[in-house]
Design a protein around this ligand. Sequence first.
Ligand code: SAM
Length: 270
Amino acid sequence: MNIHLDVISSASNPLIKTLRGLERKKIRNETGLFLAEGGRLITQALQQGWSIDTLAVSDSGRQREKTEALLALAAEQGARLVQIPDRLAGAITRKNNPQAVLAAIKQRPLHLESLDPLSGGLWLGLYEIRDPGNLGTILRTADCAALAGIVMIGTCCDPYSVEAVRASMGSLFDVGVASASYSDFQTWRRTGGLNMVAASLHGTHRHTEIDFRGPSVILMGNEQAGLPPAVEADCDQLCRIPMRGGADSLNLAQASAVMVYEGWRQREFQ
Ligand code: SAM
């Protein structure tokens, strides 16, 4: 198939400026787009029905055979296709060794209504978490451990930031994510009859003593402040992951993985 690509070589081209700008939340909000890097991730997005606005292939990427299949798939779905010099791919991603394929993908709304609390399964609530690297890593864990979905509670970092998308390794395209105020989250979880279990340093039970086999949501706290006392008071149970040594806590993404895998283990990895 002979696929037509617009060739762009100037850094001042408006499209290149937009792609570069996707690193900033302001530009992501204005355009409703976010940046994904690499053929594997972009193929995953297409397979999961995400809509690609623009697919940019570097000169060296164009020479690779597998790029053609991706270009054909993106063209079929109506994406704008462009070819750019490797140096512009580097400028967009701020990397010396950029991926050969980049995409501006349309964001999906993060409405809580898109997650059905009655669907059973194990959920994760992230309270005011701030580090996009942690968020991306947690998305990846959630994908691997078949979580029902993730609710970001209060003001959290942006799942569409470049760092979160990179760290999620494509799991952002597979896992249901929503954003909600704490009170909307509470209404939602009550509708689903979800047992709310906080992972907390104030936990009185070990995490392995909690029964995760029923409908449950695990709540994880902010990287610095943890969970506010009022939120912990609302929880059905508080549990602690045992620790020894000098550190006062586990990293948030690692604690999330320990919690989620305990829940999934109890569910026979189903
Ligand atoms: N100084 C914070 C505090 O007092 O909670 C530490 C926050 S910790 C880096 C971020 C989150 O990871 C915590 O809110 C909690 O949800 C979880 N976490 C970290 N270590 C944990 C542990 N040993 N047991 C249970 N949860 C833990």
